[in-house]
Design a protein around this ligand. Structure first.
Ligand code: GDP
Ligand code: MG
Length: 177
C-alpha cells in the first residue's frame, strides 16, 4: 500500500534450464532461501521464486523460474521462456552428457526468448571435483564462442551461486538503464 520500503523498481524474469538432475532446483533454493537438500524431489508444476535486491539504489525483484520436471528435449513450453530477460544454462561438471546437451538448450532458448537475453553458462557441483568429467577450459571456450557468461558453482557449498545471479541481474540492469 504505497509503503516506500516495499517499492519495486524492476522485475526481472530469469529462467533456469538444463538437463534433469544438474542441480537447477538446488541452485534456486540456495539463492532464494539459502537452503540445500541432498535428496531434492523432482520439481512438480511450473514454479518461480523471488528475491528482491538493490542495484544502484533501485529495488530489483528477481523472479527466478524453475522447470516443472519438463527437461526432456523440447518439452519446456514457450510460456516458460516468455518475458525472460536472463537465463542460467546449467550442466553438471560430473556428467559429460549434460554439457553435450548445452547447445540444444541454447538453441531452444534463443528460439524462444528475447534477443537481448543475458545468458550465464553454469557448471554445477564443483564440490565433486574428484568426479569431474567436463574440463573448465572446454566450457570457457564454448561460452566465449557463444557470447555467454560462464561460472562454475556448487549449490551444496554455495560457491559462486550468488555471483552467478548477481552477474546476470547486474548485466540486465545495465542494459535497461
Ligand atoms: P534439477 O533436476 O536440475 O532441478 O536438479 P536438483 O536441484 O533436483 O538436484 C539433483 C540432485 O543433485 C539432488 O540430489 C541434489 O541434492 C544434487 N545437487 C544439486 N546441486 C548440487 C551440488 O552443487 N553439489 C552436489 N554434490 N550435489 C548437488
Ligand atoms: Mg528441479
Amino acid at each position: 500500500y504505497g509503503d516506500a520500503s516495499q517499492k519495486v523498481d524492476y522485475v526481472f524474469k530469469v529462467v533456469l534450464i538444463g538437463d534433469s538432475a544438474v542441480g537447477k532446483s538446488q541452485i534456486l533454493a540456495r539463492f532464494a532461501r539459502d537452503e540445500f537438500s541432498l535428496d531434492s524431489k523432482a520439481t512438480i508444476g511450473v514454479e518461480f521464486q523471488t528475491r528482491t535486491l538493490v542495484i544502484q539504489h533501485k529495488s530489483v525483484k528477481a523472479q527466478i523460474w524453475d522447470t516443472a520436471g519438463q527437461e526432456r528435449y523440447r518439452a519446456v513450453t514457450s510460456a516458460y521462456y516468455r518475458g525472460a530477460v536472463g537465463a542460467l544454462l546449467v550442466y553438471d561438471i560430473t556428467k559429460r552428457q549434460t554439457f553435450e546437451h548445452i547447445p540444444r538448450w541454447l538453441e531452444e532458448l534463443r528460439g524462444h526468448a528475447d534477443k537481448n537475453i543475458v545468458i550465464m553458462l553454469v557448471g554445477n557441483k564443483i564440490d565433486l571435483e574428484d568426479q569431474r568429467a567436463v574440463a573448465t577450459e572446454d566450457a570457457k571456450e564454448f561460452a566465449e564462442k557463444e557470447g555467454l557468461f560462464f561460472l562454475e558453482t556448487s549449490a551444496l557449498d554455495s560457491t559462486n551461486v550468488e555471483t552467478a545471479f548477481n552477474t546476470v541481474l547486474n548485466e540486465i540492469f545495465s542494459i535497461v538503464n
